[in-house]
Design a protein around this ligand. Structure first.
Ligand SMILES: C[S@@+](CC[C@H](N)C(=O)[O-])C[C@H]1O[C@@H](n2cnc3c(N)ncnc32)[C@H](O)[C@@H]1O
Length: 236
């Protein structure tokens, strides 16, 4: 059965960022055969104002709005500069980067990505030792912005998951430090408690400013936030 066949619609009122707007509120009608967690996920997606906006505005996913907010606030995407999007699938952040004037964008992901105009994608693990050079070759120079919206797959074991999440962000920061042009910027998704200690030390040693910011488009109940490290000091 199609997704549309599964849902019942009715008009409801919601408040988004101070402005009252009407939206379609949708309820999953047929939950038979689905796990409770997947019914909740589907219901939340269907009612999510950013999911609806992404569909209307042609973005690959709601994540695009997180980068839009981050860029509005921290001016990360610079005109005609080179951008690397780590963990780019399905491509929302890459869409935003190229729309906002980046000169070249290379996205890298374990998964295949449908083409985006003027963006190149690499289907590979960014931790592969060949990834940094492959990205630089494709961009024809070092990136000015390395952005990462990656999250590792969870195992359900909280301590293991925490370690994997922290390790992934640290590897993304190391990728940035190994490839960025001097003066470049780094933005990455981190999880509560995950950007302290070693990662913060590493970023403060290599960038002039380090900040944290949780965009409105990031779900309140999610522990995710973003670390923004600006003005790379350059490799010694
Ligand atoms: C939340 S999604 C990114 C969404 C994206 N920012 C957007 O706007 O469409 C995270 C992605 O990170 C990718 N990823 C996780 N670990 C990776 C790795 N080691 N190398 C490359 N991609 C990875 C996953 O395959 C997944 O597609």
């Amino acid at each position: 059965m199609s997704r549309d066949g599964d849902i019942r619609r009715w008009k409801g009122k919601t408040e988004a960022k101070g402005e009252k707007r009407r939206k379609l509120t949708r309820r999953v009608k047929t939950s038979r055969g689905r796990k409770i967690s997947s019914v909740r996920w589907l219901q939340r997606q269907l009612n999510d104002v950013y999911v609806q906006r992404a569909q209307e505005e042609g973005y690959r996913g709601r994540a695009a709005y997180k980068l839009i907010e981050l860029d509005d606030r921290f001016s990360l995407i610079r005109k005609n500069k080179r951008v690397v999007d780590l963990g780019a699938a399905p491509g929302g952040w890459s869409q935003v980067a190229i729309q906002r004037g980046a000169g070249q964008v290379v996205g890298i992901d374990l998964l295949p990505i449908e083409p985006v105009d003027d963006v190149n994608f690499l289907e590979m693990d960014f931790t592969d030792e060949l990834a940094g050079q492959a990205v630089i070759d494709m961009l024809q120079g070092p990136p000015d912005l390395v952005m990462s919206d990656m999250a590792s797959n969870t195992t359900g074991h909280p301590a293991t998951d925490h370690l994997r999440i922290v390790a992934l962000v640290e590897l993304a920061a190391e990728f940035a430090i190994a490839t960025l042009a001097p003066g470049g910027n780094f933005v990455a998704k981190v999880f509560q408690g995950g950007s302290e200690g070693e990662l913060l030390k590493l970023l403060k040693a290599n960038f002039i400013t380090v900040r944290h910011f949780k965009p409105d488009a990031s779900r309140t109940e999610s522990a995710e936030t973003y670390v923004i490290a600006k003005t790379f000091r350059g490799r010694k």
